[in-house]
Design a binder for this molecule. Structure first.
Ligand SMILES: CC(=O)[C@@H](O)[C@H](O)COP(=O)(O)O
Length: 261
């Protein structure tokens, strides 16, 4: 299977998973193993990755030698907060430059604040960060983020944690058709078919958290997501049958039928 390249590094898996909302770190690790994900995102403001040496450290369950850690700015509402959070992450992770920027608009919708996101992206790219960026499903602003130098754009499928799936496939198509960097759908995936649809649309990958962590059986759902992302990618590469028509077309040949010339 062809691989995903982000900021010069290749990944076999096109599924990126979050690490929040699990019962404990052991369940986090089991689900992530079942997902096949190689990149895991971590909310720096909510998760101990060494800030508090007296608390359990997520990196003991998910060592950076085995996973690409993608520190994120969940909980940040201004460009300034997000930039400071990622500078801290870079210190904690020994100069690690690949980050996930998200600047939220309000605590009710968790929708991205795009003016602040664009501002933060400019600063971070100038400081040498490789920025994967959570954004609105707006093709113009996605392009602006690419032009600033972001390593990947990550439009939402629907609100974070909503499980509503892909609400605007047409906007995603516009973003995908114009992008020169990977497009990763981030947020709102509810079940495996949502992930498959994102991949069938031509997304380069999917990032999800709640659909796995809040599933009845997170480990089994992680396994389902692993397969859905692969199936969707293969379907995209194969190219769907050209027509969707409300009329029949017999599957068996009509030439050589008895009684027919
Ligand atoms: C984990 C992360 O980085 C978030 O952007 C978000 O939590 C993903 O959204 P879902 O939880 O809806 O998958």
């Amino acid at each position: 299977m062809e691989q995903l390249t982000i900021a010069g590094k290749t990944y076999r898996s096109r599924l990126i998973v979050g690490t929040g909302k699990y019962k404990d770190f052991a369940e986090t690790r089991q689900a992530i193993d079942a997902s096949g994900a190689e990149m895991v995102t971590v909310a720096i403001r909510r998760t101990n990755i060494g800030q508090d040496p007296n608390q359990p450290n997520l990196l003991d369950a998910l060592p950076p030698s085995q996973f690409t850690i993608l520190p994120n700015t969940a909980g940040c509402y201004t460009a300034d907060e997000a930039v400071r959070t990622l500078r801290l992450a870079r210190e904690l992770l020994d100069g690690h430059a690949l980050v996930k920027l998200e600047v939220l608009g309000d605590p009710t919708t968790l929708f991205p604040n795009m003016p602040e996101t664009l501002k933060a992206a400019e600063v971070l790219v100038k400081e040498g960060f490789q920025v994967m960026v959570y954004c609105a499903d707006d093709p113009i602003q996605a392009k602006m983020l690419e032009e600033i130098g972001c390593a990947a754009v990550m439009p939402l499928a629907s609100l974070i944690g909503s499980g509503m799936g892909i609400l605007n496939p047409w906007n995603l198509r516009l973003i995908i058709d114009n992008a020169k960097v990977p497009v990763i759908v981030d947020a709102g995936v509810g079940t495996a078919s949502d992930a498959a649809i994102a991949m069938e649309l031509g997304c380069d990958g999917v990032l999800m958290n709640t659909a796995i962590a809040h599933a009845g059986n997170p480990v089994l759902m992680a396994s389902a997501m692993n397969k859905a992302v692969q199936a969707g990618r293969e379907a995209f590469l194969a190219g769907r049958m050209p027509r969707k028509l409300y009329s029949a077309d017999p599957s068996s040949p009509t030439t050589g039928l008895i009684g027919k010339n």
